[in-house]
Design a protein around this ligand. Structure first.
Ligand code: DQA
Length: 147
């Protein structure tokens, strides 16, 4: 079982960037913890972060036929990118959209998500734990567990 973890723009600065909103955990910590958690459940995690929208789209294209599920924090592209939505629509497996912060409590421009149109589920406001919850969900979904 192969799972792609895709993080969008500015998330390479996690731990340093607005820690009151996004927490103190770095992206490297999140990726490492998630890779371990995946391995414990018999899954393999590939992690990718980019600040370039085209690279994110190409990574999603490459995931077709290669990854079984995508966990994505599209960051600011959440609220702007029909191109990212369309790329995700071309991917067949489960997609979970994760936001560290509770976007619904924040500025109104963060309330709308293009990506949610394709996501099977959306997690917001649980901090770094949201990625772990997303991982556990996709592993269960892919292994056909009822709950
Ligand atoms: C974010 C929320 C987005 O609105 C913002 O642009 C981000 C991070 C989050 O994880 O809370 O960069 O996706």
């Amino acid at each position: 079982m192969n799972i792609l973890l895709l993080n969008g723009p500015n998330l390479n600065l996690l731990g340093d960037r607005e820690p009151d909103i996004y927490g103190a955990t770095t992206l490297t910590d999140i990726e490492r913890t998630l890779a371990h958690r995946a391995a414990e459940q018999g899954a393999e995690l590939a992690a990718f972060q980019t600040n370039h929208e085209g690279e994110a789209i190409e990574r999603i294209h490459a995931a077709r036929g290669e990854a079984d599920a995508i966990i994505i924090n599209p960051a600011a592209w959440t609220h702007t990118s029909i191109a990212l939505l369309d790329a995700l629509k071309a991917f067949e497996g489960p997609v979970v959209e994760v936001h560290l912060s509770n976007v619904h409590q924040r500025e109104s421009f963060r309330h709308h998500s293009y990506v949610s149109k394709r996501a099977d589920g959306v997690i917001a406001g649980l901090g770094a734990y949201g990625y772990a919850a997303a991982l556990d969900f996709v592993v269960q979904r892919l292994s056909g567990a009822a709950f």
